[in-house]
Design a protein around this ligand. Structure first.
Ligand code: C2E
Ligand code: MG
Ligand code: MG
Length: 638
């Protein structure tokens, strides 16, 4: 086909030349390539080529030589012409293409293939009487083949793509169905408590996040109630986890009786549940909290097991405009912990709680420095013998002279010390000061015992007993002038160990008091095991003595019991003469309270003691009014 094409082009050109050049009849001559350059480019014949493919015609008529180009650069044309020339010269016989019809052989036509720079060319020399016409044409067969291959490849890839598209579409639908199913399962397990089947903390976070976006800022608030089941751990230790989860399921079922479109109920933490309330007033939320506490007046029954939950509730009311979701949770948890620590049923979060925590954090960090810098000082409150009116001892009461906040009372920092790692150091520091004070007063002729309050944390190990033993061994402590006070509530914490420690104190000759008696709800059997000398009746009974018959009855019973056991009785918190006189009549031995003296510095104590001695000497009637004779020094009965 390519031969036919080039032949037709050549014949056409020759015919054209014959028409315009009558002398174009001569025999064929080789064209001189070098000469050719002179005529380049001559595109007069270009129009004679009936091809759009790159091609050229070389005309060689006598001395006239010309080259006509179609889409071939002059440089390439010269190279091609040379290559054609070489092939013509080196092949004496006409190089006939196999496809050339036999009829053309007689016409002295030479033709062959030529390769140059990856392209295929077909050339044809046609002789005429006066010269030759050489036609060189780029073969399109390989291009066509390549194009065909490309086209086929393209079609194939379109088909493959099409099939691939539908296949992946199908797979995608299949996978997405499964993925959304799996996602739903995952979402459920992420937002629901798998043990009791109620929404969990993540659910709460999700709801709060969505609320932040859709609740209008000037309109309603939302509130969070956190309910802590305080006594569940004790239950769990006794009955195991299985029973605990059963109870929690029943517990949350009771809570869910308050479920509505505007409340979201779930489990927050190990022993805490939450109720998120949207679009209700603070009062409504408050009454909901009260209703919840009433709901648990009856125990939860699970087979043979009954459980009466001990609850603390923390509430946080927040306007969307002012807080983020994290804050509402933090504040409600803060409130519930405060309620729990302070034995309150319901605590609503206020900024004061936050300020208090802030202060506590700061004070905790300052404790050690305060200890080193001597910022903890002791005041001494006299204990008065009701019969004689003289001072029978003093109680050392700590104060923190804070460099910024001023003088702080024990309730503002004591719990921080007791829950820190410096509890023992603190008590040792107090004891050191007291031991020095005993020594100083003894030297000054004042021999009165000083009572020091110790905390249950001081009894956890032997540091305090070892410390006291070392002081005794060094001859620095007259043990009969030291008294240790432990609150009644503290005696119930590890009672056996407390008893052991108190036995040690007894063997050292140190006096021992049970403080705030009547408030600790301790079993009397514990008291039997712990060797005390003195019982201090709490001020809550004393302050109501004259107008509350129950308080009076309790004090009377304590006095009778103490007399039988041999305890000295101290009444705390006496603020009026009336109460002091009533206690004296009832037979109470010693009194402590603002009526007699407030806690004072060590310097003021000596003058106070002198004063009371003088008064006692001039008013013997005080002694006469009691039934028994008192030892003025110790305050105890003979
Ligand atoms: P406490 O041992 O029962 O001490 C008696 C508290 O009652 C003292 O409070 C005292 O100031 C106060 N008080 C005395 N008379 C009256 C009165 O007539 N009316 C009223 N309303 N209160 C009166 P303070 O000094 O604030 O101490 C509170 C508690 O802190 C003490 O109660 C004691 O448990 C503890 N505490 C004080 N100092 C220390 C200490 O050095 N170490 C330890 N571990 N605890 C201490
Ligand atoms: Mg005390
Ligand atoms: Mg007390």
């Amino acid at each position: 086909m390519e031969f036919t094409k080039i032949h037709a082009n050549s014949v056409h050109t020759v015919e054209y030349l014959k028409g315009i050049l009558p002398e174009f009849q001569g025999p064929a001559n080789d064209f001189d390539v070098d000469e050719l350059e002179r005529y380049l480019p001559d595109n007069a014949l270009a129009g004679q080529l009936r091809t759009s493919d790159p091609a050229m015609v070389v005309l060689n008529i006598g001395k006239y030589q010309s080259i006509s180009l179609n889409n071939i650069s002059p440089d390439r044309a010269l190279i091609l012409a040379r290559l054609v020339n070489d092939q013509v010269r080196t092949s004496p016989d006409p190089l006939l293409g196999t496809e050339l019809p036999a009829s053309l052989h007689a016409q002295k036509i030479q033709s062959h293939l030529l390769y140059h720079e990856g392209n295929e060319y077909l050339w044809m020399v046609m002789a005429a009487a006066s010269g030759t016409v050489t036609t060189v044409q780029k073969l399109r067969a390989s291009d066509i083949a390549r194009d065909t291959v490309l086209m086929r490849l393209f079609s194939l890839s379109v088909v493959v793509l099409w099939i691939g598209f539908w296949a992946s579409f199908g797979v995608a639908i299949f996978v997405s169905k499964h993925v959304s199913k799996a996602k739903a399962v995952l979402h459920h397990s992420a937002t629901y408590d798998y043990l009791i089947g109620v929404p969990n903390q993540n659910f709460l976070n999700d709801i709060l996040s969505s609320l932040e976006t859709f609740v209008s800022s000037d309109e309603p608030n939302y509130s969070l109630i956190v309910v802590s089941v305080n006594n569940i751990y004790m239950f769990e230790q006794t009955y195991g986890y299985g029973v605990k989860w059963d109870l929690f399921r029943k517990f949350s079922a009771r809570l869910e009786q308050h479920k509505s479109a505007n409340t979201f109920i779930g489990r927050y933490d190990s022993n805490m549940f939450y109720i998120l309330v949207v679009n209700h007033s603070d009062q409504w939320v408050q009454s909901l909290a009260t209703a919840i506490t009433k709901q648990f007046h009856d125990p939860i029954v699970n087979g043979p097991v009954s459980f009466l939950p001990s609850l603390s509730l923390g509430i946080s009311h927040l306007s969307v405009a002012t807080v983020s979701k994290n804050e509402i949770i933090t504040q409600a948890v803060h409130a519930v912990k405060f309620a729990k620590n302070n034995r309150q049923l319901i605590t609503t979060y206020t900024d004061d709680l936050h300020t208090l925590s802030f202060l506590k954090i700061r004070r905790s960090a300052e404790l050690m420095k305060a200890l080193k810098d001597g910022q903890f000082i002791l005041l001494y409150q006299p204990k008065i013998c009701l019969a004689s009116g003289v001072v029978t001892g003093v109680e050392a009461l700590v104060r923190w002279d804070h460099p910024i906040e001023g003088r702080l009372s024990p309730h503002e920092f004591l719990d921080l010390i007791e829950t820190s790692c410096i509890a023992h150091l603190f008590t040792q520091c107090i004891l050191n000061t007291v031991i020095k004070q005993i020594e100083a007063w003894t030297e000054a002729g004042i021999k009165i015992p000083i009572a020091v309050n110790i905390s249950p944390y001081d009894l956890q190990n032997y540091e305090i007993t070892n410390f006291l033993k070392s002081k005794i061994a060094a001859g620095l402590l007259s043990t009969d002038l030291l008294e240790l006070e432990l609150t009644e509530s503290a005696t119930t914490i590890n009672a056996c160990h407390t008893a052991e420690m108190f036995n040690e104190f007894e063997s050292m000759g140190i006096k021992r008091s049970i403080d705030d008696f009547g408030t600790g709800m301790s079993s009397l059997s514990y008291l039997k095991e712990i060797p005390f000398n003195t019982v201090k009746i709490d001020k809550t009974f004393v302050e109501n003595l004259t107008d509350d018959p129950i308080s009076e009855a309790i004090i009377e019973s304590v006095l009778i019991m103490a007399k039988k056991i041999g305890w000295t009785v101290v009444a705390e918190g006496i603020e009026t003469k009336e109460i002091a006189e009533r206690l004296k009549v009832m037979g109470c031995h010693i009194a402590q309270g603002y009526y007699f003296a407030e806690p004072m510095t060590a310097d003021n104590i000596s003058s106070f003691i002198d004063k009371t001695r003088q008064v006692a000497n001039t008013t013997p009637s005080v002694i006469e009014s009691t039934e028994n004779t008192l030892d003025l020094f110790t305050g105890s009965y003979d």
